[in-house]
Design a binder for this molecule. Structure first.
Ligand code: NAD
Length: 433
């Protein structure tokens, strides 16, 4: 199983060239680009442009530690493509942040925003630092200095960061404050994922799990499966997994397995998901509440209708793909299925609904947050959830149309929708000069 640091990087080799070493985010993004381009007639120069980021900013971030010494970190902001609107994407604090990782993940964001038809392009950034080694005050100084270093290239109409690994709503509040102080005006729209009291959106935190639940419901409907007669296993009981589990439970499905890093809880009669604390409520507590314990590996191969990997990347691999018993896999985590496993599941007629669709609720509600900030008007939770449902249904219909008309996998259909929009926008705007 992949380590936590593999989160978001994900996936292995192209099905034709399989290797044990996981692909980098950049290799995955480029492979998906070529794969989708093969189905479309796109001008080759547009594909060539999309293979590369528009700009990558690398900055030095000196930070005074609590003991008075100064440490120097490296920060990045990779901006991939802005043909459809300002750049959008997370900022992570993680020791393994690199230029190439930011470029690759920024490309993923371009595809995800286009698939959701949001008026944004893709970006990603971060600082190569272990946030666990920093006190809160050090993290604040790091964030404010990083904000200052990238201030000229971000902004509500340029590039809008959001939380990612190692960063949270508080980080976004510091970033927004630092930016606003320098601009001389309060500018909430410069970041999303802020606390609601400074312009964050209601429902943002639950949104990726909610979109996973909505897409699971839609895919069940598509395959004529009643949610009331559907059994589900979910790996990971954090923001994505627990929110998806509780909604699906509420909507009538039977959640028979949930897990965290310590192991999995199994109850064929159905788990009362509200009674098990999520990662946020009580970290890594799932197994403390379980009568029947199984391993995470056993959870993945449970005989259920739907499997939702919602913990980390590269968990469905060549080794276990044959043993996956679910008919449907809905990707809650980023990149939980390696490319080799994807081919095996396709051959076995297991439908895999890709991450860029299923967990896109996060960036979609970030878009709502940006709209609320620009308009200086907060939406009710009900409005956020209603509009999220509408956007998810629209994206689902677009992907379904490509899936049916081209006879491709759900993953390819999603990338085809995304790339056609981006390519069409490039064609319409043209190349200047
Ligand atoms: P989280 O930290 O809130 O929860 C992660 C959960 O996974 C925890 O229950 C943890 O115990 C469990 N876990 C960790 N290692 C595990 C292992 N080896 N085996 C089994 N379980 C393990 O994280 P999250 O925000 O829910 O994110 C989960 C995934 O979803 C990641 O891939 C993330 O990139 C992706 N994602 C998150 C968001 C978001 O906004 N939260 C949006 C899109 C995608």
């Amino acid at each position: 199983m992949a380590s936590n640091s593999d989160k978001d990087r994900n996936k292995t080799e192209d099905s034709t060239v399989q290797s044990a070493k996981p692909e980098s985010a950049l290799e995955t993004a480029r492979r998906q680009l070529h794969h989708a381009a093969d189905h479309l007639s796109i001008d080759q120069h547009i594909v060539e442009r999309l293979k590369h980021p528009k700009k990558v900013h690398e900055v030095t971030v000196p930070v005074e530690r609590d003991d008075g010494t100064v440490e120097v970190f490296t920060g990045y902001r990779a901006q991939h493509d802005s043909v459809r609107g300002p750049y959008k994407g997370g900022l992570r604090y993680h020791p393994e942040v690199t230029r190439d990782e930011c470029v690759g993940l920024g490309m993923w964001m371009t595809w995800k925003c286009a698939l959701m038809d949001l008026p944004f392009g893709g970006a990603k950034g971060g600082v190569a630092v272990n946030p666990k080694d920093l006190s809160s005050a050090e993290k604040e100084r790091l964030t404010r200095r990083f904000a200052q270093e990238i201030r000229n290239v971000i902004g509500p109409n340029k590039d809008i960061p959001a939380p990612d690994m190692g960063t949270d709503p508080q980080t976004m509040a510091w970033l927004m404050d630092a930016y606003s102080m320098q601009e001389g005006e309060t500018t909430p729209g410069v970041v999303t994922g802020k606390p609601p009291v400074v312009g964050g959106s209601k429902g943002r935190e639950e949104a990726p799990g909610r979109s996973v639940a909505i897409i699971t419901q839609l895919v069940c409907e598509y395959y004529d499966r009643q949610l009331e007669e559907t059994t589900i296993a979910i790996q990971g009981y954090g923001s994505v997994g627990a929110n998806a589990a509780r909604l699906l439970d509420e909507w009538g499905a039977t959640v028979v397995g949930i897990s965290d890093v310590n192991g999995a809880m199994y109850d064929p009669e159905g788990i009362d998901t509200a009674s098990v604390p999520s990662h946020d409520e009580e970290p890594e507590a799932v197994t403390d509440y379980a009568d029947t314990l199984i391993s995470n590996e056993e959870l993945l191969t449970l005989d259920v209708d739907v499997l939702i990997p919602a913990a980390l990347g590269n968990v469905i691999t060549e080794e276990n793909a044959e043993a996956i018993a679910a008919d449907l896999v809905v990707e809650g985590a980023n990149g939980p299925t390696t490319s080799a496993a994807d081919s095996i599941l396709t051959d076995r007629d297991v439908a895999v609904i890709p991450d860029i669709l299923a967990n896109a609720g996060g960036v979609t509600v970030s878009y709502f947050e940006w709209l609320q900030d620009i308009n200086r008007r907060a939406w009710s939770l009900e409005r956020v959830n209603d509009e999220l449902e509408t956007e998810m249904q629209a994206a689902w219909r677009d992907v379904q149309a490509e899936f049916e008309s081209r006879d491709v996998t759900w993953r390819d259909a999603a990338y085809i929708v995304a790339l056609s929009r981006i390519a069409e926008a490039h064609r319409a705007r043209g190349l200047w000069p």
